[in-house]
Ligand binder design. Structure first.
Ligand code: ZN
Length: 152
């Protein structure tokens, strides 16, 4: 049985305590808001894209430790990436937290670096929405969709 304590890895606790890129940029090109009614997590993602590359990404919001850490690690993971790379990373992250995917080192290794800290989330289906909220919201910001994103 997967232990709940294992879900809250050091990296997740650290990013919850001191989230990276939690700020409101002065002139973000795009932003989107996300809401996870199941847990009450709220996140706003601010995005600037130049030459098809994410030049700045930041967030504001309040929610559980998983959602805050996920938003923080998401901003670190996609900053500097192209829009296409960020979307591909979102798909891989989503697949990891829902189905797990191949283990590290195996053929088809799908290691996502620091984002692997969320691999345990798949054992807690209600938490998957906390972990993916910031990513869904990022996706909406990339597509310039201004409607509220909800996980329901
Ligand atoms: Zn949550």
């Amino acid at each position: 049985m997967f232990d709940l304590a294992e879900l809250y890895q050091q990296l997740i606790l650290d990013h919850n305590r001191s989230p990276r890129n939690r700020r409101r940029p002065e002139h973000p090109q795009r932003c989107a808001e996300g809401y996870n009614p199941l847990c009450g997590d709220r996140v706003t993602v601010y995005l600037s894209v130049g030459d098809d590359r994410i030049t700045d990404v930041a967030f504001e919001g309040s929610g559980c430790a998983i959602s805050t850490a996920a938003a923080s690690l998401m901003t670190e993971a996609v900053k500097g990436k192209t829009v296409q790379e960020a979307k591909a990373l979102f798909k891989r992250f989503q697949s990891m937290v829902t189905s797990g995917g191949p283990a590290m080192g195996e053929p088809g290794d799908r290691s996502l670096g620091k984002l692997d800290a969320f691999a345990g989330v798949r054992h807690f289906p209600a938490r998957v929405k906390c972990a993916t909220l910031a990513w869904h919201t990022l996706n909406a910001a990339i597509d310039d969709k201004t409607n509220l994103v909800t996980t329901e």
